[in-house]
Design a protein. Sequence first.
Lengths: 263, 207
Amino acid sequence: MIELSVTDLAIAAVLVLLLALLSIRLRSNISQQLIIAATRTAVQLTLIGLVLKALFANANLGWVMLMALIMLLVAGREVMARQERRFKGWLGYAVGTISMFLSSFAVTVFALVVILGEDPWYTPQYAIPLLGMLLGNTMNGIAIAMDRLTHTAWEQRAVIEARLMLGERWDRAISDYRRQAIRSGMIPIINAMAAAGIVSLPGMMTGQILAGAAPVEAVKYQILIMFLISAGTGLGTLTAVSLGSKQLFDERQRLCLDRLRQP
Amino acid sequence: MSKTPPLLQINQLQRLMMGPLSLQVEAGDCLCISGPSGSGKSQLLRALADLDPHTGEACLQGVPASEIPAEVWRTRVGLLPPESVWWLPRVGDHFHGDLPVPLEHIGLSAAILAQPVAQLSSGEKQRLALMRLLSNHPQVLLLDEPTANLDPENTRRIEAVIDEYRRARQAVVIWVSHDQAQIARVADRYFAVSDGLLEETTIGGRQ
C-alpha cells in the first residue's frame, strides 16, 4: 500500500483551491462554500482518524458503545433536519432515531456476531466502519421516506379525510402514501445495487483495492455490505414509515396535521 | 317501559367557535341549518363525524361516540363535504356497496361508473358523491350543501333521493343549505347559526 504524505494531500488541496479561484473568476458564489466544506472534510476526518486510532488501541465495549451512540444521535439529528414538514417536538427526532437504532444496530450486531464472528464481536475495526456505513445509508432512506410521507399527507389531506369520512380505518386511508414513502426510501439502495460494478465501483471496495486487498476479496466485502445496507435501509424505512404514519392520527383516527411543523 | 333514546343526541358539543350545542334529533327527522359562511356550520358537521377534536359528545341511539370505533362511527354518521374527493382512476372503483337507487334517478347512466374520474363535471361529482355515501347505509347523513353545484332539475332529483332514503331507513338528516325555498321543501326543523349557537327558527312560509 502506498502511504500518503502531507505533501500528497497538499497537492490534492491545490486542485480544490484552483477550482475556488476559477469560480471566483466566473463570479459564481460557490467558492466560499467549497473552501469551508473542504476544510471541514480535512478537520473532521483527521479528528475521526485520531478517535478511531485511540478506540482501536482500547477495544472495550464501553468505548465502542459510546462511539456508536454518538454516531446514532448525530444521524438522528440529520434525519430530522432533512424533513421539510417533520413532526413537531421530540417526535420529530424520535421517529427517525428509533428507526435507525432498530435497523442499523440490529443489522450491524447480526453481521458482527453471525457473519464476521470476530473475537470479541465488538472489535472496533469491524464494528465502527460497518455501523457507519449502515447508519449513513439508513439515514438517507429514512429521511427520504419520512419527508415523502409527511409531505404527501399534507398535500393529500383531502383524500385521506374523504376516505376516513367513508368509514375507512386510518391505516387503509393512508396506505397508498405509506407505500409510496417506503418505495422512495428504498429506491436509492436498489439503484445502487443494480448499478454496482457496471456504472460505479463502490467506494468501500475501491478503498480496499487501493489499500492492497485482492479484488475478489474486496468484492465479497462489498456484496456483504450492499446486502446489509439494503436490509438495514428496508427495515429502518418500514419502521419509520409505520411509526410516522401512526403518529399522523390520534386515538379517534383523526388526521392530525397540526402535529407537523410548517416549513 | 323505558323510553328509547333519540337516534342522535348531541351533548354540549364544542369545537373552536362553535357551541356548546345540545340537541336531540329523532329518527327520520330532517334538520336544516343555515348561516353566514365562516359561522361554523362545517365545523359542526366535521365534529359530528368525529373528524376534528372537540369537547362534549354525540350519541347514536344512546351510545356515545367514544364507545364506538371511529371507523364504525363514521360509517354510521356519514359526512358529505362540499367538495367531493376521488382518488382512484375510475368512478366505479370508489363504490363498494349496492347503489341506493339506480343512477338514472339522479340523471346519470350506469355507464358513468366505467369513466375516468377526470372526465366528470362538478355536478356529476356532487351527485355521485352522495350515491357513494348512501351506499354505506349511514344512519345519520351530514350534508354540507349537497346541491350547491346543481341545476334546479338535478336539485329536485337529489332532494327526492335523500327524502326516499330518509323515509326508508328512518335516518336523521342534518342538511346545511342557503336556499330558503329548499329548506321549506325538505326541513322538519330549521336552525339558524348565530354566534356559534343554533337557534331554532320557524321555516319560511310555514308555522
